[in-house]
Design a protein around this ligand. Structure first.
Ligand code: GRF
Length: 201
């Protein structure tokens, strides 16, 4: 399975995928794509010899309407959004139906939607007085965080004192959940039904 990973920042999830034992036997990350001209995730990509692309207007960038053809040329068959902050062009969503996943640092369908990224999510969870949070992997559709849920993992936050502490705990499980789900997808163990996504054990 040839994957493009979309990022906007630090790239710790990209790093977790690249370092997950044995995953490289069944997947190849062929491109790392960002809305930024440079970001920490690009450094990780370069370390692993993966080509990087920036979406946008201007020299050295790929225009929104060219991204689908660029990925097709690279033979990409799956897209993983790992901390990508922009909406995905509609054409790309249509061409890659049920072949784009996103990782969200909370338990959807709560704490999602526009503006719910980074510490904003963890602040909302903290202020809600919830005792658990977690990570969600979902299919990407045309709006933020509304696609079918593929898998989720919870973490106990009953004793946290700050939103930052929630972020730390959730990030640990993100790094477990995302490579796990990618492995399942690559092995053909994920089935998208009308209302639900089934993950075969
Ligand atoms: C993660 O918390 C992810 O869930 C969210 O953005 C963050 C990206 O972190 N969508 P990183 O760039 O993978 O370190």
């Amino acid at each position: 399975m040839k994957i493009a990973v979309f990022v906007s920042g630090r790239g710790s999830n990209l790093n977790a995928i690249l370092n997950f034992p044995d995953l490289k036997k069944i997947i190849e990350i062929i491109a790392v794509v960002s809305d930024k001209i440079d970001c920490k995730a690009f450094d990780i990509a370069r370390e692993f010899g993966i080509q990087t692309f920036t979406i946008g207007d201007g020299e050295g960038k790929i225009a929104q309407n060219k991204i689908t053809s660029t990925l097709k040329k690279l033979d990409v068959n799956f897209i993983v959004l790992a901390g990508y902050l922009k909406l995905i062009p509609t054409e790309l969503i249509e061409k890659f139906e049920n072949r784009i996943i996103n990782i969200h640092p909370a338990l959807l369908p709560s704490f999602g939607g526009k503006g719910m990224y980074g510490l904003n999510v963890h602040r909302a969870v903290f202020n809600s007085s919830a005792k658990v949070s977690g990570a969600t992997i979902h299919m990407v559709d045309k709006t933020y965080d509304t696609g079918k849920i593929v898998d989720q993992k919870c973490v106990d936050i009953s004793d946290v004192k700050t939103p930052e502490e929630i972020a730390e705990r959730v990030l640990i499980i993100e790094h477990e959940l995302l490579p796990f789900v990618i492995e399942k997808i690559a092995l053909g163990k994920i089935f998208v039904d009308k209302f639900r996504v089934r993950v075969e054990t």
